[in-house]
Design a protein around this ligand. Structure first.
Ligand code: M6R
Length: 614
């Protein structure tokens, strides 16, 4: 969602800001803008609906000088995406300029109060209210900018990451956050502010992750200062980034999504590395071993997640119940947080999130903590809000995922859940030693097997041409492959805009089978597993009604080919790991269909990579 970049130092701020906005494009947005301070008393603001490229065109022949500035990509929440609602926003006097990511829930009340004392508003955004509130407090209380920000944020209800500059002080950049991420980059005589580390990594590997209700003062020539909303001074904790810049580039691929699909055999190795010992006889997840008592005594495991991460959770639930014999539940974080769920002190709540910033998942984590559950995070982005808010956890270590459609994060999440399951099952004695070793062996074979799947690119590209015409799709699977069906359908929906539904195959006869005719492509995931024969029967039911079936089968299957229209083969693995292989052809199928339709694969309409509003 909205992206924030700020800069103060000796460089041309414009270049840093534009480059930074480009790095944040993956988050999803519909307008972009920036404010630059060429000299004291002057502020230039350029903003426009559309992409960063349009902002650059707009600013082409304008004054772009200045070594202090703030920039923003906006994903519309309050007010339509247009030039006026784009950020930055100005205070009434024009002195203050501010960018904001998040939602101010009480903005109507605050706006009415400000209108009563003479403020007028240009936009329909909640953000413009905040910058005017800061100014109003500064004028009426005679405070400096930092204290005015502090007072204003104490009145605000909601989520925010903000950056503010004052045209009368060319040496100060202020940032603050609550529930929306904000990272400070620390360079030589320069500071950066950003929603995540990607705009910063090019300049410095030293970062400070702001915590909720913290304000950072970045003054030229001085050390950074952090205070909280009660004015308590906080000592900044500097972290070293290990991010490699090349992973933020497309590396010769036409889209990040395709690059990320192809990275999967390596990212799964990265995910497993350091967790399986060199002999391949032991899995060690430090988050589990350090909290062994909690996992031994767990009454239930409750997964909270959204979107693709929720699909990974459905697989995690099956693994945990099958091998650890702990009752497991999967909740949409957005529902869980608002329905007063029963959470016991011996429950373990596992939050799964690629970005680690999803607002609903973060809120579910806070709720679980309030109710005294032990909360475990499975995140990709190191240092993200959810990673820091949970009691313990495991990173999936698949590297930055830029394409809006999640691919390598999904396989990384499922792999991490598999390692979690194996570790807990061994500790609890619910699997035999032989089974333990066998599961680890299967895990280690995955990267090679993924390469085999990825070699089917040409075949899948050809098949995609046959199906590009379709307006609807059905994806079917059972057992471990049911969440894969959901995930395959989600991938297709989000990047091709074709309507697609995932169903447990046996549910078809309870209603959806009425949709089947020769125009309805059905993707059936029918790998050789314990319910293979049942899945075949379900496919027969579709074929009997003239459905066109593309089946995903295990290598060497010579039965299904005689029943269905098209077949894609995947190598055989242990049933619980099958989703890691069977999801890949579906990622490729969605990708090629979207490309055939000319869609903006990496930045599909209306979507944001990191959903930081509820
Ligand atoms: O960062 P998270 O894993 O918490 O994100 C959750 C969903 O927003 C995300 O998985 C979304 O569904 C993706 N666009 C799916 O490709």
């Amino acid at each position: 969602m909205c992206g924030i970049v700020g800069y103060i130092g000796d460089r041309d701020a414009y270049d840093v800001l534009i480059k930074g906005l480009r790095r944040l494009e993956y988050r999803g947005y519909d307008s972009a803008g920036l404010s630059l301070m060429p000299r004291a008393g002057e502020l230039n603001c350029y903003k426009t609906r559309g992409k960063v490229a349009e902002l650059e065109r707009y600013a082409q022949d304008k004054d772009k000088s200045g070594t202090l500035g703030i920039a923003h990509t906006r994903w519309a929440t309050h007010g339509e995406p247009n030039d006026i609602n784009a950020h930055p926003h100005y205070s009434q006097s024009g002195d203050l300029s501010m960018i904001h990511n998040g939602i101010i829930e009480n903005y109507v009340t605050l706006r009415t109060k400000l209108e009563q004392v003479g403020y007028t508003f240009k936009s329909t955004t909640d953000s413009e209210v905040v910058v005017n509130l800061i100014e109003y407090i500064r004028n009426t209380m005679g405070l400096d900018l930092c204290s005015s920000v502090q007072h204003a944020l104490n009145q605000v209800v909601g989520a925010y990451a903000i950056a503010v500059i004052d045209r009368n002080d060319p040496n100060l950049l202020i940032g603050a956050r609550k529930s929306s991420p904000l990272v400070v980059g620390v360079g030589e005589n320069e500071f950066f502010l950003a929603s995540d580390a990607t705009p910063i990594v090019e300049y410095t590997n030293k970062v400070v992750y702001l915590d909720d209700e913290q304000i950072v003062l970045l003054r030229r020539g001085e050390e950074m200062k952090i205070v909280d909303l009660s004015n308590v001074v906080v000592t900044p904790e500097i972290h070293e980034l290990t991010l490699d810049l090349s992973v933020l580039e497309k590396g010769g691929y036409p889209h990040f999504m395709l690059k990320e699909i192809y990275e999967q055999s390596r990212t799964i190795q990265d995910c497993i590395r350091g967790r399986v010992n060199s002999e391949g006889t032991e899995v060690i997840l430090s988050g589990v071993s350090q909290n062994r008592d909690k996992f031994m005594a767990a009454g239930r495991i409750i997964f909270v997640a959204c979107g693709t991460s929720w699909h990974a959770a459905l697989i995690g639930k099956q693994m945990i119940e099958e091998f650890c014999r702990i009752p497991a539940y999967v909740e949409y974080a957005s529902e869980f947080r608002y329905r007063n769920p029963v959470i016991n002190e011996d429950d373990i709540v596992i939050a799964i999130s690629q970005s680690g910033e999803t607002a609903d998942t973060l809120a579910a984590v806070e709720l679980a903590k309030q109710k005294k559950a032990f909360v475990y995070g499975i995140c990709n982005v190191v240092g993200s809000s959810i990673a820091r808010a949970t009691h313990s956890g495991s990173y999936i270590h698949v590297g930055p995922e830029v394409g809006v459609a999640s691919t390598k994060a999904f396989t990384g999440q499922v792999t991490t859940l598999a390692m979690l399951t194996i570790t807990i099952a061994k500790e609890r004695g619910t699997i035999s030693d032989e089974r333990y070793v066998q599961m680890i062996k299967s895990l280690q074979q995955l990267p090679q097997q993924m390469d085999v799947v990825l070699k089917q690119r040409e075949k899948i590209e050809e098949l995609s041409k046959i199906f590009t015409y379709a307006n609807n799709f059905i994806y079917l699977g059972r057992g471990y492959n049911y969440p894969v069906a959901l995930e395959g359908a989600l991938k297709l929906k989000e990047i091709s805009y074709i309507h697609a539904e995932g169903y447990p195959a046996a549910e078809m006869k309870h209603g959806p089978i009425a949709l089947i005719d020769a125009e309805m492509p059905v993707v059936a995931i029918a790998t050789s597993d314990s319910i293979y024969e049942k899945t075949i029967s379900n496919i027969q039911e579709i074929k009997a009604r003239s459905g066109r079936v593309l089946a995903l089968v295990s290598e060497g299957d010579n039965q299904i080919g005689n029943i269905v229209d098209y077949v894609i083969e995947v190598p055989t693995t242990d049933e619980f790991l099958m989703p890691i292989l069977s999801s890949i052809p579906l990622q490729l199928l969605a990708y090629f269909i979207a490309v055939n339709k000319g869609r903006d694969v990496d930045r599909p309409r209306n979507l944001a990579k990191s959903v930081t509003v509820e």
